[in-house]
Design a protein around this ligand. Structure first.
Ligand code: ADP
Length: 397
């Protein structure tokens, strides 16, 4: 069975074609700068990389271009689009409607449309991807996999904000949480690695990348997570501020005369470690700058580590028993310094790293806690695309 996984961002589209007989990635690629000058498709097949620079006006065109690339006589991997059995779509926001992945029909599309106000950049792009795939491959199943679904298990005391209750009841204002596909993938893998049945597993999963979130998983289910109604909340990120005093928003508007759009841009695009450091949103650049004595880069890193650490410690109290702390995402998988800095201070919970193993680049998936650590600490590379492909296969059969 061949499954195409599509992840539409606001101006990009990532895709992977899986042969699910052995879960092998046959081809993967990225369409960049959709609707902007300089758009192009880059496809990787094994070691070979092929770039097709062409005007790509919208996501519909982008999806068609992906099909062309996959069936290209020279650079493609299949002869005919009909070889694709089903398409899986990453959908960012499912609101309260979806507790798990689902086959797409008209009702599902309407429900995704309904929560566009919560995810104005991503949900419309996700919908365009779904509609383009439906058009291009009529009759083939499409499956929607939601970033929010895994977190629908949170108890009410953990997803409610202390706001007037009507704002929740009438407008759905609450914590939803994101990166659910990744946190769930890590949960399932941790269950295998720790030999603990998933329904008994308690972990604290740190997904640290351009966007970062920490999730407490209790008995295999999301119990609380750091992102909120949108992916802006929680720990500081590359360019997103994470948790701040909400009064700052009105201060920016009333005292500094910023419009709602300007405030949104400040909090989403000009903040985080990039905003604090003035150097970069990339943790490698920050590490280098800090080593060269850049104090604001050091400050940004210290802030990030401290906020992740205190989230982990707080969630440990929520869980009572923690079987493992797990790291994933670009920073979680590669940033040995970051992992060490976050865990330093968790000694109070008996967490101790094996510095040598933590510092080794390979293997990527590994236990990095010392033998006498009271809580296991693991690096578990995430694979959201594979998770989407597995759900798509299960639901489309
Ligand atoms: P996204 O959230 O967009 O999927 P990733 O999970 O790929 O992002 O994470 C990207 C981030 O990972 C980069 O911004 C970079 O800061 C970080 N990163 C990559 N390699 C390293 C490394 N060796 N050390 C520290 N951080 C790294």
């Amino acid at each position: 069975m061949k499954i195409l996984v599509i992840n539409c961002g606001s101006s990009s589209l990532k895709y992977q074609l899986f042969n699910m007989d052995n879960e092998e990635v046959m081809a993967k690629g990225l369409v960049e700068r959709i609707g902007i000058e300089g758009s192009r498709l880059v496809q990787e097949v094994g070691e070979e990389e092929w770039t097709n620079e062409t005007a790509i006006s919208d996501h519909n065109k982008a999806v068609h271009l992906v099909f062309e690339a996959l069936t290209d006589s020279k650079h493609g991997v299949i002869k005919d689009m009909q070889e694709i059995d089903a398409v899986g779509h990453r959908v960012v926001h499912g609101g309260e409607n979806f507790t798990e992945s689902t086959l797409v029909d008209d009702d599902v599309i309407a429900a995704i449309e309904q929560v566009i106000p919560f995810s104005p950049l991503h949900n419309p792009a996700n919908l365009q991807g779904i509609k383009a795939a439906q058009e291009a491959l009529p009759g083939k199943p499409n499956v929607a996999v939601f970033d929010t679904a895994f977190h629908q298990s949170m108890p009410k005391e953990n997803y409610m904000y202390a706001l007037p209750y009507d704002l929740y009841a009438d407008h759905g204002i609450r914590r939803y949480g994101f990166h659910g596909t990744s946190h769930y993938f890590v949960t399932l893998r941790a269950s295998e690695l720790l030999h603990i049945p998933v329904e008994k597993l308690n972990i604290i999963s740190c997904h640290l990348g351009n966007g970062s979130s920490v999730t407490a998983v209790k008995n295999g289910k999301s119990y609380i997570t750091s992102m909120g109604q949108t992916p802006l909340a929680g720990v500081p990120m590359g360019t997103r501020c994470g948790d701040i005093d909400p009064a700052i928003v009105t201060f920016l508007q009333t005292r500094l005369g910023k419009s709602a759009e300007e405030v949104d841009a400040i909090l989403n695009k000009q903040s985080g470690v990039a905003g604090v450091s003035g150097v970069s949103s990339d943790f490698r650049d920050l590490e280098n700058a800090a080593e060269e004595g850049n104090e604001r880069a050091r400050l940004a890193l210290d802030m990030f580590h401290a906020r992740v650490r205190e989230t982990v410690a707080g969630y440990a109290a929520d869980l009572g028993r923690v079987d493992a702390i797990t790291f994933t995402g670009g920073i979680g998988e590669n940033g040995a310094h970051d992992r060490a800095a976050i865990c330093k201070g968790l000694e109070i919970m008996g967490v101790k790293l094996d510095e040598e193993i933590n510092g080794q680049r390979k293997p990527k998936e590994k236990k990095i806690s010392a033998a006498d650590s009271s809580i296991a600490v693991w690096v578990i590379p995430t694979n959201e695309e594979l998770m989407i492909a597995r759900d798509t296969m299960r639901l489309s059969r």
